[in-house]
Ligand binder design. Structure first.
Ligand code: NAP
Length: 304
């Protein structure tokens, strides 16, 4: 499908794209660049790239598709650097968790005759780095494209076909809508996880090691997402400020309502709220976006 693919950033998402592209025999050659020589050496050693370059521009040179797989705060500098090396007809895409900001950073630097097609795979784990990727990460997950108005439809179609071939389902929406949806489904849940872990770690000085010892009661499920890469998440909040603040405002109101219900002993309100939220979990399982196994399949047969 793609004679030469360039990956800028060789962490969880970059390496998973490479593994999945190789699994499906979708590319002729994969050229890679990451900031540190250690990551480039690991990528070569693991064999998910065919060639490593010392600069992002060298990696992007003559590539048919360049995918930026770095934190969203790096997009402006990288696009500016690779722009002179891009060949006519090349497609530049990305995987950033925020879309309006990525477009604002990248678009001014994209040369005439090169096509920007922003994308965001809704798939990931709490792990990062070049050893964390795997070929099945995108299977049956969604990838959201946020095409540029007036952009080249053939380039959008190529990126869509590529993501389908990597195993994803593909949806299209505006970048602003994407940023609002992801604020609800991803960004604020991460903020809550980071907050509860921070609060608990302060309480730990009071309760000793009990926070860790009894974590299976619920706390540890927050710690999984709170283990995600801090640079990536710092950039997500700096670059999706409006939508995350809006959702955070709504959440704060809802938490105050629950606080009042607890104080007033309003069991009906609490019961109604908890009943509604159970249905959301059922919907996620029915949509094939998570396992129905007890405790997320953690015990493979055994029970808590
Ligand atoms: P990661 O595992 O931490 O990998 C980031 C990669 O980017 C590393 O190879 C790093 O190089 C490289 N990098 C960082 N700054 C750079 C720079 N200035 N120039 C060149 N390379 C640079 O992160 P990830 O989870 O793959 O996330 C990458 C992107 O995917 C982010 O934009 C994130 O928003 C998006 N995303 C993440 C997830 C997720 O669940 N993790 C899901 C969907 C989308 P070194 O190794 O040398 O530091």
């Amino acid at each position: 499908m793609i004679p030469r693919l360039a990956l800028i950033g060789l962490g969880l998402i970059g390496s998973s794209i490479a593994h999945a592209a190789k699994r499906g025999n979708l590319v002729g050659e994969i050229v890679g660049y990451a900031r540190s020589p250690e990551t480039r050496a690991t990528a070569l050693e693991l064999g998910f790239i065919d060639r490593a370059c010392d600069t992002a521009a060298d990696a992007a040179r003559d590539a048919d598709l360049v995918i930026l797989c770095t934190p969203v705060g790096t997009i402006e500098a990288i696009t500016r650097e690779i722009a002179p090396a891009l060949k006519q007809g090349a497609i530049v895409s990305d995987v950033g968790s925020v879309k309006a900001s990525v477009i604002a950073q990248a678009l001014p630097h994209i040369p005439k005759g090169v096509h920007l097609v922003p994308a965001h795979p809704i798939a990931g784990t709490e792990k990062s780095g070049p050893t964390s990727g795997f070929a099945t990460l995108f299977d049956n997950r969604w990838c959201i494209l946020t095409p540029i108005p007036g952009g080249d439809p053939d380039a959008v179609k190529k990126v869509e076909d590529f993501w389908r071939a990597l195993g994803s389902n593909v949806d299209t929406m505006t970048p602003e809508h994407h940023d609002r949806v992801l604020a609800v489904t991803s960004h604020i849940p991460h903020l809550i996880a980071y907050t509860i872990c921070g609060t608990a770690s302060e309480l730990e000085t009071v309760t000793g090691s009990e926070v860790i010892k009894y974590s299976a009661a619920g706390f540890r499920d927050f710690t999984r997402i709170a283990a995600s890469d801090p640079i990536m998440w710092r950039d997500v909040f700096l670059h999706n400020k409006d939508a995350t603040l809006e959702v955070l405002g709504r959440l704060t109101e809802d938490i105050f309502a629950l606080q009042r219900a607890i104080r007033k002993g309003d069991g009906e309100m609490l019961h109604d709220q908890f009943t509604r939220t159970r249905a959301i979990r059922r919907g996620i399982v029915e949509a094939g976006q998570d396992t129905d196994a007890d405790n997320f399949g953690r015990y493979k047969g055994k029970k808590d």
